[in-house]
Design a protein around this ligand. Structure first.
Ligand code: HEM
Length: 474
């Protein structure tokens, strides 16, 4: 007992906890990373919060986050139990990947997904060709705007979504397709619902889920989004021929047919719909939002845009399509893309983790089962690491000889066992789409538009506030 008490005396500090609601009033759920930054100043890099009776610890700054995710990777590899997801079909046997508890099923599904995506060309030429083709379609669409002011959000989303959709569902959407517009809208609703105060409350007080009509009200978008992905999976099952593998879904169906052992390792119908939804969800909005930040920074910093274009002209020219091989000869462009990811800070508070066993961090005791928030934003803007943390400064990624360097605190994809599974694909997309866009167009702010805001709008993902742009053909 004394030993345990001594351990608890080293539990991280935090704001005063109120009866029932704990410290929930200390966090603005619309902008949690900003609240965390304030609390970090007061309580240090590791502080505790209490969502009703759920213990949470927030990790801030490069040192604390790296120690947890890299040096104590397994201790921090679990995910919290989120009862609200059961409404969408998630459960202990059907965890998908992103929210799966750390264990056998997650390991199997992650291993299978990574190797299947690699077989379909992640990090290889075949998928690169698909991304290049899609970048071509995107440029044609942008050309048809004929230099008029437009919001490129929809087109960029469509392009990025097509890359993932062809890989998992064997389907791409034409630009302007009504079904796609609906899908995108539902996904936005999904993200909004995910981050609201009510969702947080329902996760820690699941009995509230029994209030009639509440579920329908809070999770309408998420449910409709799942119905949509179900439709893709059903179509596959109807047209599936085991002799051919068209895409990721077919490969999963094949695995499902391997019998009981496969079924118990997670290869069942419910996981098929959840894993494909996870890939779609994790792989589209993140990448397309990063590209929207990229164009925004280019219109705000025309001199940087010109330097990128000069490098493109020198290494690739105006006609040939960019390839991943060009990346090594383009340190400035590479640095700009990395700085877009650092400043854009697209997943500011990461995805919640949970301690798998009692552990220690930075001298604090953190018990098993604690929800862990990795404040990635505080790493990407850590004042002890970056020279100008709050400015767009590509030189963060260049040495004095202009060679590309990547500081260890560059963690937009997180790190450790749960590191983003699609990092390679995302990096390929960012490089090919960005260089193709700047090879073909110069992006400028329309004359009558105010200077766009540089702060992000948070709904799990931090995205730029809507802005209009003109794409002038080069
Ligand atoms: C997880 C960032 C693109 C699939 C994550 C996490 C982050 C992240 C921060 C949480 C890691 C953690 O829990 O510590 C990003 C960013 C992207 C991107 C910034 C684009 C710029 C993608 C793409 C895919 C993808 C293209 C799919 C092909 C996943 C999956 C997970 C994940 C499946 C869950 C991994 C697990 O729990 O084991 N990503 N991601 N992501 N990402 Fe990404």
């Amino acid at each position: 007992f004394m030993k345990r008490r001594r351990k608890w005396s080293r539990y991280p500090p935090g704001p005063t906890s109120l009866p029932f609601i704990g410290t929930m009033l200390s966090v603005d759920f619309q902008n949690p990373h900003l609240s965390f930054n304030k609390l970090q100043k007061k309580f240090g890099n590791v502080f505790n919060l209490q969502n009703c009776w759920t213990n949470m610890v927030v990790l801030n700054g490069y040192k604390a986050v790296k120690e947890a995710l890299v040096h104590r990777s397994e201790d921090f590899a679990d995910r919290p139990y989120m009862p609200v997801y059961e409404q969408l079909g998630y459960g202990s046997k059907f965890p998908g990947i992103v929210m799966a508890r750390y264990g056998h099923v997650w390991k199997e599904l992650r291993r299978f997904t990574l190797s299947t995506l690699r077989n379909f060309g992640m990090g290889k030429k075949s998928l690169e060709e698909r991304v290049k083709e899609e970048a071509g379609f995107l440029c044609s669409e942008i050309s048809s705007e004929e230099g008029r002011p437009f919001d490129l959000r929809f087109l960029v989303n469509n392009a990025v979504c097509n890359v993932i959709c062809t890989t998992i569902y064997g389907k791409r959407f034409d630009y302007g397709d009504e079904t796609f517009k609906k899908l995108l809208h539902l996904f936005e609703e999904f993200l909004k619902e995910e981050t609201g105060f009510l969702t947080q409350l329902l996760n820690v007080v699941p009995t509230l889920l029994h209030i009639p009509g509440l579920l329908q009200k809070v999770f309408r978008g998420q449910k409709e989004f799942m119905d949509f992905t179900d439709m893709f999976v059903h179509k596959h099952m109807e047209t599936w021929n085991p002799a051919y593998t068209r895409d990721f879904t077919d490969e999963f169906l094949k695995e499902m047919k391997k019998g009981k052992a496969a079924e118990e390792s997670g290869f069942n119908y419910n996981n098929l719909r959840l894993v494909t939804t996870d890939l779609f969800g994790a792989g589209t909005e993140t990448t397309s939002t990063t590209l929207r930040w990229a164009v925004l920074y280019m219109i705000l910093h025309p001199e940087i845009q010109s330097k990128v274009q000069a490098e493109i002209d020198k290494v690739i020219g105006r006609e040939r399509s960019p390839t991943m091989e060009d990346q090594v000869s383009m340190p400035y462009t590479n640095a700009v893309i990395h700085e877009v990811q650092r400043c854009g800070d697209v997943v500011p508070i990461g995805v919640p983790h949970r301690t798998y066993r009692d552990t220690e961090l930075q001298g604090f005791f953190i018990p098993k089962g604690t929800t862990i928030i990795t404040n990635l934003s505080s790493v990407l803007k850590d004042e002890t690491v970056w020279e100008k943390p709050n400015e767009f400064y590509p030189e963060h990624f260049l040495d004095t000889n202009g060679k590309f360097v990547k500081p260890e605190a560059f963690l937009p994809f997180s790190a450790g066992r749960r590191v983003c599974l699609g990092e390679q694909l995302a990096r390929m997309e960012l490089f090919i789409f960005f260089t193709t866009l700047l090879q073909k167009f110069t992006f400028v702010l329309p004359e009558d538009q105010p200077r766009p805001r540089e702060d992000g709008h948070f709904a799990f993902i931090s995205s730029p506030h809507p802005y209009l742009v003109r794409a002038i053909p080069r």
